[in-house]
Design a protein around this ligand. Structure first.
Ligand code: PLP
Length: 403
């Protein structure tokens, strides 16, 4: 494969964001042009927009297995996470319940909201994540107390791709009468989800993780759960989220979601082949380790740590070769702290620094994967060749941590 600047980029950072699908773009255009009304207006131009909004709500509800009125449109996954957690906390404190259970490897939209509540006097239990990147329903059961008002746990991890036993955790929460929220931003459009069947009380999703537009998402909340407004103003979204609805984005999200969900099985088969090829190829690099359980992971996720190198240098050199990847989450790259996710699964700092996440989409080809394996091998070897840490490891001055 030719490696010049004119060559199209190999985009392997789909957990950070995805390219919009043609279906999503096509679904948005009429609402930027002809159907520009405000859904709250009583005249016909507004009502046309309102009909679109109603149909989007119905179509998304059908996919998630909930009722249309259980859908609240938000500005994305972060807002949905914030609103779910704050709502459960406000409901809890009215009953004197101020204990929340979560995990140490959640997205910052969850962790920082929990920090805020902790400062207000809530007690937060962050469950230990097993080295394989999984939590068990038993751990959740053992952590639930009389005063627990919420369990919030991500469906699939954005860095290491592990998929949690959400239905089992949901069943434990239901049995104990505790609200259960899941940040399903990495799972929706990629895995089969049904909130009723999986005992999920609240679920967050974000359109730009499944080929929809950025800045739009959904909080799905079971009826009867009183949501707390984060934004005050008009009576949109049943009075729970003020602001004129972003109709073009909502229509794009709906089309993207339908398309992604119709192709879940087909994409999973295709992606698993590419993913496994990458895993096998990168495992050949000495002193490397796969992050996250192999058997319970997203078909799109590959996450490795390479001993003796810095993830940042690896990313820059891969970018020179036309490969867009990530080391940990987008929000932590640029800072020198290793990823909280890798630390949560017990990777020591030295190993966590040398991390690489490759997240696939159905647009990736086998040719791209072959090229990527070759490129990563070359870059890791090059970086080790100039690394003082690697020299110490090879000379026996320092002990290898990985095999
Ligand atoms: C991307 C992501 C979010 C944030 O969603 P935005 O729409 O970008 O706010 C939250 N949680 C997880 C797991 C994510 O991957």
């Amino acid at each position: 494969m030719d490696c010049t600047n004119e060559r199209r980029k190999i985009y392997l950072d789909n957990a950070a964001t995805t390219k919009m699908s043609e279906a999503a773009i096509k679904a948005m255009l009429p609402y930027m042009d002809g159907i520009y009304g405000n859904p709250s207006s009583l005249h016909s131009v507004g009502q046309e927009a309102n009909e679109a909004l109603t149909s989007a709500r119905e179509r998304i509800a059908k996919i998630l297995g909930c009722e249309p009125r259980e859908i609240t449109f938000t500005s994305g996954g972060s807002e949905a996470d914030n609103q779910a957690i704050i709502s459960a906390a406000r409901l809890g404190e009215k009953k004197g319940k101020k204990h929340i259970i979560s995990t140490a490897f959640e997205h910052h939209a969850v962790l920082h909201t929990l920090n805020k509540l902790e400062k207000e006097g809530f007690e937060i239990t962050l469950l230990d994540v097993h080295e394989n990147g999984l939590i068990t329903a038993e751990q959740v059961r053992n952590a639930i107390r009389e005063d627990t008002c919420l369990v919030t746990m991500m469906y699939a991890n954005n860095e290491i791709g592990t998929v949690q036993p959400i239905a089992e955790i949901g069943a434990v929460c239901r049995e104990k009468g505790v609200l259960f929220h899941t940040d399903a931003v990495q799972a929706v459009g990629h895995l089969h989800i049904n909130v009723k069947e999986q005992n999920i009380d609240m679920l967050s999703l974000s359109a730009h993780k499944f080929h929809g537009p950025k800045g739009v998402g959904v909080l799905c909340a079971r009826k009867g759960i009183l949501l707390t407004n984060l934004i005050e103003g008009g009576a949109q979204e049943r009075g729970k989220r003020a602001g004129t609805e972003n109709i073009p984005a909502i229509m794009g999200m709906t089309a993207a979601l339908e398309e992604a969900c119709a192709k879940i099985d087909e994409n999973a088969v295709r992606l698993t082949v590419l993913r496994d090829k990458l895993i096998v190829g990168l495992s050949q690099i000495p002193h490397s380790v796969l992050n996250g359980d192999y058997g319970h992971r997203l078909p799109s996720n590959v996450s490795f740590c390479f001993e003796g190198i810095e993830g940042e240098s690896l990313l820059l050199l891969l970018d020179d070769k036309g490969i867009c990847a990530s080391s940990g989450s987008a929000c932590t790259s640029g800072s020198l702290d290793p990823s909280h996710v890798l630390l949560a699964i017990g990777r020591v700092h030295d190993i966590a620094h040398g991390s690489l996440r490759l997240s696939l989409s159905e647009e990736n080809t086998e040719e791209e994967i072959d090229y990527t394996i070759k490129a990563v091998k070359e870059v890791v070897a090059y970086l080790r060749g100039i690394s003082p840490i690697w020299r110490d490891l090879v000379n026996g001055k320092k002990e290898f941590i990985t095999k």
